[in-house]
Design a binder for this molecule. Structure first.
Ligand code: CP
Ligand code: NVA
Length: 331
């Protein structure tokens, strides 16, 4: 059956079938090749989108803006400081108003219920640009990057997420891996294990797709990985947890030795970014002065030959473009 995602929201990968996810990945790859070849597809001519951010962003905001502008759409950016959103006007009313002006809404914030509420009230597609428990556009970019770096079929690949295995990025990777039959391992401390219902969901999907879903503290779990992945230890809004996270997660920092434990010379390193891999940021520097080394990965891995983090960042744009085009575009 041909895939048609027109009019659909993109709130979580749980809502999409494996074929729909593969369609988005292939569309992203196609749009990427066309952009590289200088072919202007202009698939969003006459459309307008609005980007709502209640948390900060570099990649997601810029990816949505460039993706939309490449295809001929108009873009408005709104944050909580410069709009009525959430303070003087409920999110439901905001959604109803924006739904009259625009063809699609991107939302980044805290509670997944907010992005779901926007989708319920807007009457137009809503795209999740990150919440506390999900980051679905990120996972598409991460798997596109894997596809570009392996000759294996995805259902023969293994992805290991190191560190805070119950954060938004870990969850979206669990969802995409279980849908696509990718062996997923969460290597991190038991205090930061994923919620039981998330694990149960992924294992159930994995029964149909063949995806194995494992967790634990044993470094032996890393063996044979095709992707070693990590993220910062305290996500946006959790900065007060840094001292306890450093104590819990230091054994799970991705170092050269950890990377070598994969035993796979073709294993690549991925990271959603932003990353603490040195002390060149005010946050890493300040925390170091307080006695906390918040680096989740060392420079030899982050800047090493197996790192694909900047290709992955570029792929945020191509995959986000695919999501927008598939749901509101002229395809
Ligand atoms: N990876 C990611 O979502 O980056 P930003 O926070 O910069 O958007
Ligand atoms: N887990 C991180 C991801 C940033 C892209 C956060 O939520 O801050």
């Amino acid at each position: 059956m041909p895939i048609n995602l027109k009019g659909r929201s993109f709130l979580t990968l749980k809502d999409f079938t494996p074929d729909e996810i593969r369609y988005l990945l292939n569309l992203a790859s196609d749009l990427k090749s066309k952009k590289r070849a200088g072919i202007h597809t202009r698939l969003l001519e006459g459309k307008n989108i609005v980007l709502l951010f209640e948390k900060t962003s570099t990649r997601t905001r810029c990816a949505f803006e460039v993706a939309a502008m490449d295809e001929g759409a108009g873009v408005t950016f709104l944050d909580s400081k410069s709009s009525q959103m959430g303070k003087k006007e409920s999110m439901a009313d905001t959604a109803k108003v924006l739904g009259r002006f625009y063809d699609g809404i991107e939302y980044r914030g805290y509670d997944q219920a907010v992005v779901e509420g926007l989708a319920k009230n807007a009457g137009i597609p809503v795209w999740n640009g990150l919440t506390d428990v999900d980051h679905p556009t990120q996972a598409l970019a991460d798997i596109l990057t894997l596809m570009e770096n392996t000759k294996k079929p995805l259902n023969k690949c293994k992805l290991v997420f190191c560190g805070d295995t119950r954060n938004n990025v870990a969850y979206c990777l669990m969802y995409i891996c279980c849908k696509l039959g990718i062996h997923y391992v969460g290597w991190g401390p038991k205090e930061l294990a994923p919620a039981d219902d998330v694990v149960a969901y992924c294992r159930k999907v994995g029964e149909e797709t063949g995806a194995k879903v494992e967790f634990g503290e044993d470094i032996a779990l890393i063996e044979g990985a095709d992707v070693l992945y990590t993220d910062i230890w305290a996500s946006m809004g959790e900065e007060d947890k840094i001292p306890e996270r450093v104590a819990q997660l230091t054994p799970f920092r991705v170092t050269k030795e950890v990377f070598e434990a994969t035993g796979n010379p073709d294993c690549i390193f991925e990271h959603c970014l932003p990353s603490f891999h040195d002390f060149d940021t005010t946050m890493a520097k300040t925390q170091k002065e307080l006695g906390y080394d918040i680096r989740e990965v060392t420079d030899d891995v982050f800047l090493g030959p197996q790192s694909r983090v900047f290709d992955e960042a570029e792929n945020r744009m191509h995959t986000i473009k695919a999501v927008i085009v598939a749901t509101i575009g002229n395809v």
